[in-house]
Design a protein around this ligand. Structure first.
Ligand SMILES: *Cc1c(COP(=O)(O)O)cnc(C)c1O
Length: 453
């Protein structure tokens, strides 16, 4: 069974460069075939594998080098091997005593990440399913640390460019949507610190309890980084929690340019990261770091009699005491294996390459007649649009996106910034290199010329 699965994966990887980056033709028919009753008789293994392979054909090829939309994922094969071995062993890592050394591997992974941000020895962290749940636990931790049980006067602050998972996390944590204040941005799409200041002070005067600022460590729209040092200072002056959502941008901290862009992040009370973005790990691997580790535990620990044999330890903490989850998969292994196998320098170099490639896209588009690139990329996202000679700009760029993606060689996505329809190139997949980025630029410029012809 293993050999046949390995054949499938080998074939998958070998054909990735030529696979369609985006294809929905016939997807409905294909989907229909998977609406089936519960099987009563066993199927042949070959048929089961073939079904997986076939089902993977349609949609956005998020594993391939042409995936430049949204925030590209990774999918390191070393992680796939870790997952295979980890799932086959099926050990329980969320309670320390159940698998002490395996739990330590995960704790070590968290510590490695904490070290990147110069977090102190008593910092703690958890691996989550993704950035959304990391933002959720950050808000819960801040709420339980700073607010009374009756917390509905608590207000949260983020910029208009903040990822929607922050507002969602606040909602799930029990806050009415009106308690989330979305602050305006400067022309560079950084949070307007004066407006933040004024809003916090006005809220406080009206009896509310401002307690949480979420800063961006690279926005999804354009990769913009808020002025982190200033926000850390402001939050601490006002005894508020400062969280940095660095789900997209955080691992650029490994590079010199990234560290400059993220200056101040080391002062945050908590940081959201997504190894399944910036460390090229497969989906399902997020991370939350909390500077004062005990606050994370005190916000998530609940005792139960039937758990008494597995007494909580101070020295070797169980992750279940620090997170909403009890039973879960061994996430740490899929980070540990690639870091051991490749070494951190390989990741640093890969991330540096992504920064170079994004700069190159911005340079080339800026130098091409008709293109507008309003923001130099701070990390690896380039937002742009084409200004046609006539007609509606948004309509033109909608058509342009459709034409680009119809190439099947690259997949881009769009957004709206300041009311304008914009296209985005985000370079982050570990398989995306200069050749595909050149091809992408050619497809973009050619498509625009054809449409504007
Ligand atoms: C991707 C992203 C999130 C959400 O993370 P998931 O892993 O998709 O849950 C939050 N914030 C930012 C800035 C992101 O890029």
């Amino acid at each position: 069974m293993g050999e046949a699965a390995l054949d499938l994966v080998t074939r998958f990887v070998a054909t990735l460069p030529d696979a369609s980056a985006f294809d929905l033709t016939g997807a409905d028919d294909l989907t229909e075939r998977f609406r089936e009753p519960m099987p009563s008789a066993p199927a042949a293994y070959d048929d089961v594998l073939a079904a997986i392979e076939e089902a993977s054909l349609k949609g956005i090829d998020t594993a391939g080098p042409g995936f430049l939309g949204y925030i590209p994922a990774g999918g390191l094969i070393a992680s796939a091997i870790a997952a295979f071995v980890g799932f086959a062993m099926n050990r329980f890592v969320n309670v320390w005593d159940a698998a002490p050394a395996l739990a330590q591997m995960e704790a070590t992974v968290v510590r490695w990440i904490a070290d990147m941000f110069e977090y102190p020895a008593d910092a703690q962290g958890i691996l989550t399913s993704g950035g959304s749940l990391a933002n959720f636990s950050a808000i819960v931790t801040a709420r339980r640390t700073l607010l009374p049980d009756d917390f509905l006067a608590g207000t949260l602050y983020a910029s208009e460019q903040t990822h929607h998972s922050v507002a969602k996390a606040a909602m799930l944590a029990g806050f009415p949507t009106r308690n989330v204040r979305l602050i305006g941005c400067t022309p560079e799409l950084h949070i307007d610190v004066d407006e933040l200041h004024d809003t916090v002070d006005a809220d406080r005067r009206s009896g509310l309890q401002p307690f949480f600022i979420c800063a961006n460590g690279g926005t999804t729209n354009t990769g913009a980084v808020d002025p982190l040092e200033e926000l850390v200072r402001l939050a601490h002056e006002r005894r508020m929690w400062i969280h940095v959502d660095a789900a997209y941008g955080g691992f650029f901290q490994l590079t010199d340019r990234g560290r400059r862009a993220l200056k101040g992040i080391t002062g945050a009370d908590s940081i959201t990261l997504d190894p399944h973005k910036g460390l090229f790990i497969p989906y399902g691997t997020g991370c939350l770091l909390v500077r004062e580790g005990s606050t994370l535990r005190d916000s998530h620990r609940v005792r139960a009699d039937y758990m008494q044999d597995l007494a909580p330890q101070e020295i070797n903490p169980s992750f279940s005491d620090y997170s909403p989850e009890l039973t879960r998969d061994f996430r740490g292994l899929r980070v540990w294996v690639p870091l051991k196998l490749h070494g951190i320098d390989a990741f640093r170099e890969a991330l540096d390459e992504k920064l170079d490639l994004a700069q190159h896209v911005a340079d080339r588009l800026e130098a091409t007649d008709g293109f507008e690139v309003p923001w130099r990329p701070e990390l690896s996202v380039v937002a742009f649009r084409y200004l046609p000679r006539a007609g509606d700009r948004d309509d033109f760029n909608t058509a342009l996106l459709e034409r680009i993606n119809a190439s099947g060689r690259v997949f881009l996505s769009s957004t709206r910034i300041g009311g304008r329809y914009m296209l985005r190139v985000c370079v982050l997949n570990h398989r995306t290199h200069a050749d595909r980025v050149e091809e992408c630029i050619d497809i973009i410029t050619r498509s625009a010329a054809e449409l504007d012809g």
